[in-house]
Design a binder for this molecule. Structure first.
Ligand code: HXC
Length: 454
């Protein structure tokens, strides 16, 4: 609490503040331990002195010993310029601890003011980065340096505001209206998570019957196979009390990720969204979902996967952007995950995306399809164009193809689908299966670590 910086450069020895530019400590949220730090912008712009870094490292080390989450309330201009390498070294110590704590403790960053330099890289290594709209910014270098180097004239908001990071960069996992709302949402969010990878997520008493049938799901998939519907509505209908904490709701919205509860137990949802780009997997969607799957796997949170995907998004932009290596991240993440994995194909499961979306072949524990399931190498038009190139009667061939593949039964006959289920019974199934899978004990082969295609 009383630590002071030790810098003597630039007359700094005459400007000391008890505690320097960060407040650190431990406390409880809803009776559960957390460790946290809160940067104080009123002291040298919240910039990181070596003492500031020592204080953060101290709470991170304690958190590792106790097994409790680390929360950062970030508001900092980055490395304290006057301290030179002492400050850079301080960041290095924090980064190292971020990495060591990754997969051991949940680490959450709430950005509450302008953050630059090291003050963005530490949050980037935490599991979730939340922002406050209109008052928080994240950039490696601020507008003044950008102007000097690239001659671009940008406001802080344009360069690194919540809007940019929620919709374009994908750096922010969510953004809230103001500081109070952000802190309340952070407390609410913590309720979904375990304290560490050694602890189960808290079970909440559930008043929403686990065997509740949902008749509306029987008709939610339109008869026209190309028509859109809202997968979020499917999720809200399945989960306890329609409560769903969505992560990155405005970035790559062709895939939905987020936390919810089923019969009181925390689950992670990964779901294609047919309403956006027909639910295609693209670069951003793959990266977004892969990281989420790895978080859930690291912290023993079961995964529910809802599949309606016409394939990977074709085109030069995606190919040249590296869809091959980025798409492989999601494939890798699902294959590597050993938590309970329950997959429901609601409609399309085409091509590579069928395999990727936690198929039986990647050791999905229970793989269901609704009767509206369609599982094939590709859509009818593309398939006929290749198989019957130059032929007339294209419609006839397409109809034949549709007749053969617009059904989940060829997959079910081969055991790739465990059961074709009535949509209205899906909640009941998932709740039952989660209880069954609670004793799952699959382990991957012993290794130093795999080599996910980063
Ligand atoms: C020392 C700093 C500081 C810093 C801000 N201040 N950043 N002091 N070191 N890094 C001080 C300012 O001098 C000012 O002091 C006060 O904090 C408030 O700053 P303002 O600029 O007036 O605030 P604002 O206009 O809101 O702008 C905030 C800001 C800007 C966008 C963060 O301060 C800024 O661009 N700072 C530099 C950011 C940066 O480039 N950091 C990178 C460091 S390198 P007075 O006395 O006037 O109130 C780094 C590398 C780490 O972090 C390793 C990464 C891998």
């Amino acid at each position: 609490m009383l630590m002071e910086h030790t810098c003597t450069n630039f007359g700094m020895d005459k400007q000391k503040f008890p505690g320097d530019s960060v407040v650190t400590g431990q406390g409880q949220v809803n009776g559960r331990n957390i460790f946290l730090f809160s940067q104080d912008f009123t002291v040298f712009g919240g910039s990181l002195s070596s003492v500031h870094a020592q204080k953060i490292c101290k709470v991170m080390d304690k958190a590792m010993v106790m097994g409790a989450p680390v929360i950062g309330l970030n508001d900092s201009g980055g490395a304290r310029i006057q301290e030179g390498v002492d400050s850079l070294g301080g960041y290095g110590e924090i980064f190292y601890r971020n990495v060591m704590a990754s997969g051991v403790l949940p680490q959450i960053s709430l950005i509450m003011g302008p953050c630059a330099g090291g003050a963005v890289y530490s949050p980037a290594m935490t599991d979730f980065t939340f922002m406050v709209k209109d008052t928080s910014y994240l950039f490696i270098t601020g507008p003044e340096v950008v102007k000097a180097v690239t001659n671009e004239d940008l406001s802080q908001e344009e360069l690194g505001g919540a809007k940019a990071h929620m919709t374009i960069s994908g750096v922010a996992h969510n953004a809230f209206e103001n500081d109070v709302e952000a802190l309340l949402q952070l407390r609410y969010f913590l309720g979904f998570l375990p304290l560490s990878n050694k602890e189960p997520a808290p079970i909440r008493v559930c008043h929403d019957p686990s065997d509740r049938e949902v008749p509306s799901l029987d008709t939610i998939v339109p008869l026209d196979s190309t028509a859109a519907y809202d997968m979020l509505e499917v999720i809200y209908n399945l989960v306890d009390d329609r409560e769903f904490f969505e992560i990155q709701p405005k970035f790559a919205s062709n895939i939905i990720i987020g936390f919810s509860r089923m019969n009181g137990q925390t689950v992670g949802f990964v779901a294609n969204q047919p309403k956006v780009a027909a639910g295609c997997l693209d670069i951003n969607a793959s990266v977004k979902a892969a990281r989420f799957v790895r978080f859930c796997d690291a912290f023993n949170i079961p995964l529910i996967i809802l599949v309606d995907v016409p394939g990977f998004l074709p085109g030069k932009g995606q190919e040249h952007g590296g869809i091959i290596r980025h798409g492989a991240k999601l494939l890798y993440a699902f294959a590597e995950a050993t938590v309970p994995k329950i997959t429901i194909i609601t409609r399309k499961a085409y091509g590579g995306a069928y395999d990727v979306m936690s198929s039986k072949h990647l050791q999905g524990d229970l793989n269901y399809s609704w009767p509206t399931g369609e599982i094939a190498v590709m859509g009818s038009r593309g398939a006929v164009a290749i198989l019957y190139r130059g032929k007339e009667d294209v419609e006839k061939y397409e109809a034949e193809y549709i007749e053969k593949f617009r059904s989940p039964f060829p997959a079910a006959v081969r055991g790739f689908i465990d059961e074709v289920i009535q949509p209205s019974t899906t909640r009941k199934r998932i709740c039952y299966d989660l209880a069954l899978l609670s004793s799952k004990q699959r382990k991957n082969p012993t290794k130093k670590h795999g080599n996910i295609p980063l």
